[in-house]
Design a protein around this ligand. Structure first.
Ligand SMILES: [Fe+2]
Length: 244
């Protein structure tokens, strides 16, 4: 009889243990589902934030572009060229949104340049040129006020530096110039050469490639020029068609 009682007691204990384990499992599942929900909400918030960053940058870019009628979607085009180069040199840099923001906003400082200078078809007088050359610094100051654009601001400041140190505003040379700005310089030159301007017709891609190659080690980082060599014509042409 004692053995049978013992057996019943053990069976009861076992089923009690199973019930508790079941409760715990349910609790864990609920906990996991709460975590999933929190994660989903967090990700949605991050997406929303990222999209509002992008929208802000686009709005600013459009405000700059609106004044510069003849270059069309210059900022968008040059950003696409620049990212294409960045993908070949440093994929992480290409994926960093700050890189694209810096490319898109490179000329934001031109908001401070009077129309008479910005749209002057003739070469600028010395003091006009001096004023014009302040736009990277002004752009840097404008974006410096925006915490999420801090890295983009560095690109904006350095976008007219030259590899040999003869650029402005800081006369940086070689690797002192942020890599993104070194890549940008090639992208910007490519766009300038292949886009029609009031004072000259546009040149063919092959001619642009030759002109840029001549500037390797002087105006341009040789690695950035090599990156351009690695981008096939049809990729560049597709960008041009999408943004003209
Ligand atoms: Fe510029």
């Amino acid at each position: 009889m004692a053995a049978r009682d013992e057996l019943i007691r053990l069976q009861e204990e076992l089923s009690e243990e199973r019930r508790r384990a079941g409760d715990k499992e349910v609790q864990l599942e609920r906990y996991a589902s709460d975590l999933r929900e929190t994660f989903k909400a967090e990700r949605a918030r991050a997406d929303e934030l990222r999209l509002s960053y992008v929208a802000t940058v686009r709005a600013l870019t459009n405000a700059v572009e609106a004044r510069d009628a003849y270059t069309g979607k210059h900022a968008e085009r040059v950003a696409a060229y620049g990212l294409e180069l960045a993908r070949r040199v440093d994929p992480g840099l290409a994926e960093d949104p700050q890189t694209e923001f810096g490319f898109l906003l490179h000329d934001v400082g031109k908001v401070a340049i009077p129309d008479g200078i910005l749209h002057k078809p003739e070469p600028l007088a010395a003091e006009e040129q001096q004023l014009m050359r302040r736009h990277p610094q002004i752009g840097y100051e404008i974006l410096g006020e925006v915490p999420f654009l801090a890295e983009a601001a560095r690109i904006v400041r350095a976008h007219h530096e030259r590899y040999d140190g003869s650029g402005y505003p800081d006369g940086l040379a070689g690797e002192e110039i942020p890599l993104a700005a070194r890549l940008f310089a090639v992208a910007d030159a490519l766009d300038a050469i292949t886009t029609e301007r009031p004072y000259r017709p546009s040149a063919a891609l092959a001619e642009a490639r030759r002109t840029i190659a001549k500037g390797a080690g002087r105006q341009f980082d040789p690695a950035a020029v090599a990156a351009l060599d690695a981008v096939p014509d049809d990729v560049l042409e597709a960008i041009r068609n999408e943004t003209s």
